[in-house]
Design a binder for this molecule. Structure first.
Ligand code: IFM
Length: 516
């Protein structure tokens, strides 16, 4: 499936060429207080602020049926034909090449590395016995990182529930998944928690829910037949709310377990990851401003409000009615405050327009309940995001003002490009330079952000379009049986930035960037 079609599906893409009252994101002007993106260096950030990059298990490991691993819902989704025949059976072969990759991670000077554990590699039956070879692999991986002084930041679920649990009881639409997830997390804390301090329960819990159970464009690919993808299984009216509820309960139970059983001994931190767009009202009318708040409440508040306040946003409960499960008093108390940090993934900003007519539909899904149209304006294919770093600053300000300034890790941020082998990725450098500068601004304005990870370390199997696009600092040559990794210009740029060099004014010139 092409990236373009995905965006149509997910965000009710409308290409609007008419004039409007708002400026394009890329035209946002900087205020006098803004960081001069030509001047900052790594040393402007606190020494305990961490910079890194990341990958995820299914997207990079390959070896999908090796050494006891079983299929996850993402394997099944890929093999269903969604990516026009592409899958991650081999992808970067990270399972066999982890030493080489960690050498590159160290050469790049990364201070931290974000990766995920494949549940079905560690516990192939979803529950019960541990796979010794899977355990050995993750122990080796973590030890190797630590031998270079690199902090491991581990995600437990990156869209890859074991397929066996999906088959047995329907995965996240069943409450049974909560118990199995907590047992899996317990195993990870017990086996790896002596070396891993930063744990994230779910990656992009909101995209997983919307994509997997409302619109069908991410694993497990469930949606009602009335959706654009015309899924064969699912129910977009009920299932997203049910899955979200169970994911939140699983998250809260996992944090509770960690705090009771491991915290005193291991001193680690457990958070959850949420995908953020910055949403801007399409016009300054009251209707569009309110629609923008609704979009935030449905995309982000759906998860963050329970975590911070113990319940779903009022507008979510009002528009979705009884389709939103209620928390018991005890559940609400346990969910409230059940995080040590919020992980955010952010790439771009979008406009929002009021859409009251969607509430009149006979059968509604989450998108209809939101009563807002998300406008993807300008670029029709996400082969390059506009550079609009103000969006990141505004998200961090929103978190500060609306949610009490929680500790934040920016888990993913980066520039997409066609995966065509070019190593001269100047647009990626321009993007990173601008967004890291915006982050410094946000920190100076009081944001509680603790770390920043570029997505992604390698060009890998992409969630939306397989191998068509890449975000990597390193290109992986899929046509070479060795799957050789090549540093792009951005890898050199990031390495030099991490060495404390001023990286301004050298964007277009490959020769001006020192190699490692
Ligand atoms: O590749 C994905 C990742 O798995 C989740 N966040 C967005 C990335 C880019 O699409």
């Amino acid at each position: 499936m092409s990236s373009f079609v995905c965006l149509v599906v997910v965000f009710v893409l409308i290409n609007i060429n008419n004039t409007r009252n708002v400026v394009a994101f890329s035209e946002y002007s900087s205020s006098d207080d803004d960081v001069d993106t030509n001047k900052y260096t790594r040393n402007d950030f606190a020494s305990d602020f961490v910079f890194g990059a990341g990958t995820s298990a299914y997207q990079v490991e390959g070896a999908v049926l090796e050494d006891g691993r079983t299929y996850s819902i993402w394997d099944t989704f890929a093999h269903s034909g969604f990516y026009n025949g592409a899958n991650a059976d081999v992808t970067c072969d990270g399972y066999h090449k982890y030493k080489e990759d960690i050498q590159l991670i160290a050469d790049t000077g990364l201070e931290a590395f974000r990766f995920s554990i494949s549940w079905s590699r560690l516990i192939p039956n979803g529950r019960g016995s541990i796979n010794a070879k899977g355990l050995q692999y993750y122990n080796n991986f973590i030890d190797e990182l630590i031998s270079y002084g690199i902090q491991p930041h581990v995600t437990l679920h990156h869209d890859d529930l074991p397929q066996i649990l999906e088959d047995e009881y329907g995965g996240w639409i069943s409450k049974k998944a909560v118990k199995d997830f907590v047992a899996y997390a317990d195993c990870c804390f017990r086996e790896f928690g002596d070396r891993v301090l930063h744990w994230t329960t779910f990656n992009e819990v909101n995209v997983f829910t919307l994509g997997g159970y409302d619109l069908g464009f991410t694993p497990p690919g469930r949606c009602s037949p009335f959706g654009i993808l015309n899924c064969t299984r699912g129910n977009s009216t009920y299932e997203p709310y049910l899955a979200a509820h169970h994911l939140l309960l699983a998250h809260a139970s996992t944090v509770r377990l960690y705090r009771k059983k491991y915290k005193a001994m291991q001193h680690g931190f457990v958070g959850i990851n949420i995908f953020f767009y910055w949403f801007e009202p399409y016009t300054n009318t009251k209707e569009d401003v309110e629609a923008t708040q609704r979009a935030n409440d449905f995309y982000v508040g759906w998860f963050l409000n329970p975590l911070v306040n113990g319940d779903y946003p009022e507008i979510v409960k009002k528009n979705a009615g009884t389709r939103v499960p209620s928390f018991t008093k005890l559940e609400s108390e346990r969910i409230k405050g059940s995080f040590d940090f919020v992980g955010i993934n952010h790439y771009s900003s979008l406009y929002v327009k009021d859409n009251p007519s969607s509430l009149e539909m006979d059968v509604r899904d989450v998108v209809a309940d939101m009563a807002a149209t998300i406008i993807f304006d300008g670029i029709l294919t996400p082969t390059q995001f506009p550079v609009a770093p103000m969006g990141l600053q505004k998200i961090l300000k929103y978190l500060k003002e609306e949610y009490g300034n929680p500790p934040v890790y920016i888990h993913e941020n980066g520039q997409v490009q066609p995966r065509n082998g070019t190593l001269n990725d100047t647009p990626r450098i321009e993007y990173l330079q601008a967004y890291i500068g915006a982050l410094l601004d946000a920190l100076r304005n009081g944001s509680n952000t603790k770390g920043y990870f570029v997505w992604s370390f390698l060009d890998l199997f992409e969630l939306l379009d397989g191998y068509n696009t890449g975000y990597g600092l390193y290109y992986v040559d899929m046509y070479d049986k060795e799957l050789t990794r090549y540093p792009k210009l951005s890898a050199h740029w990031y390495a030099n930035f991490l060495k404390g060099k001023n990286m301004s004014g050298i964007l277009p010139n490959v020769d001006a960037i020192d190699s490692f």
